[in-house]
Design a protein around this ligand. Structure first.
Ligand SMILES: [Zn+2]
Length: 259
């Protein structure tokens, strides 16, 4: 593991994580892309008091890491957000902005130096905070009606191989028919899986939540259409989430018993 070289440029845009006894545990990691034309423009905006936005860290394409907000403070990165029944996720999360022009300015692959730095930074954060794998998310997972970052080119499988977040490898033995619609029963099951994984699922958000799921777990096509392949993938991810939640519950019960 390479040592992290973190530069500091403090943003004024942060607040309290809450007042005792109502402080929620810090147990979530949210990954973003900056979606601006340059790293300098993104850093300027994230540090501009008038913009009222920020993140704890920014990772440039050459791998340079900036710290903008102390982890003990609440950065303003997630906005209106929802995951696994919980809202206002800035209170419980650390936010990392990854420099990329995004879909508006010429979305492009994340370079190796940048991914290595993201991986190192995430490892470092996960070593210091108890963040379960099913609570490492993209901005589009928690705000699918407004956001598409970090997007379909982001290498989630690589991070999962390094122990960061969940990305179960697709089971090649299962039938997958992309583009074909599914019946009512399969559709109901698919949407239940989507909600169980953590997405906000209602009549209004169903299609955008499906597209967010696809960007992350089936990135070849993110049309928000519930086809057979998406249904199969939803079940795989749901099972991975449930297995990780069971492991986390076991760990917590052991911790309570012996401490
Ligand atoms: Zn974002």
């Amino acid at each position: 593991m390479t040592t992290l070289d973190i530069r500091e440029r403090w943003s004024p845009n942060h607040g309290s994580r809450g007042e005792a006894p109502d402080i929620r545990p810090l147990n979530m990691l949210v990954l973003h892309y900056t979606g601006m034309q340059s790293a300098a423009a993104a850093l300027d905006r994230l540090c501009d008091p008038a913009a009222r936005v920020s993140a704890h860290y920014v990772v440039e394409e050459d791998g340079t890491v900036w710290r903008l907000v102390p982890e003990a403070r609440r950065a303003f990165h997630a906005g209106v957000s929802y995951w696994q029944g919980e809202r206002d996720l800035n209170y419980v999360s650390i936010g990392i902005e990854i420099v990329n022009p995004g879909h508006e300015w010429g979305y492009r692959p994340f370079p190796e130096a940048q991914m290595a730095a993201v991986e190192g930074l995430c490892r470092d954060i996960l070593a210091r905070h108890r963040i379960p794998p099913y609570r490492v998310v993209g901005h589009s997972d928690i705000a699918p009606d407004r956001k598409a970052d970090p997007g379909e080119l982001f290498d989630w499988p690589r991070l999962a191989r390094a122990g960061i977040g969940l990305w179960p490898p697709p089971d090649a033995a299962l039938p997958r028919r992309r583009g074909r619609g599914v019946g009512v029963v399969q559709r109901t099951g698919g949407l239940a899986d989507l909600a169980r994984i953590g997405y906000c699922v209602s009549a209004e958000t169903e299609q955008v939540a499906l597209a967010a799921f696809q960007r992350r777990f089936r990135p070849e096509r993110w049309d928000g259409h519930l086809d057979t392949e998406t249904c199969v993938r939803l079940r795989e991810v749901r099972l991975a989430v449930e297995a990780a939640q069971a492991a986390e519950a076991l760990r917590r019960s052991r911790f309570t018993r012996f401490n």
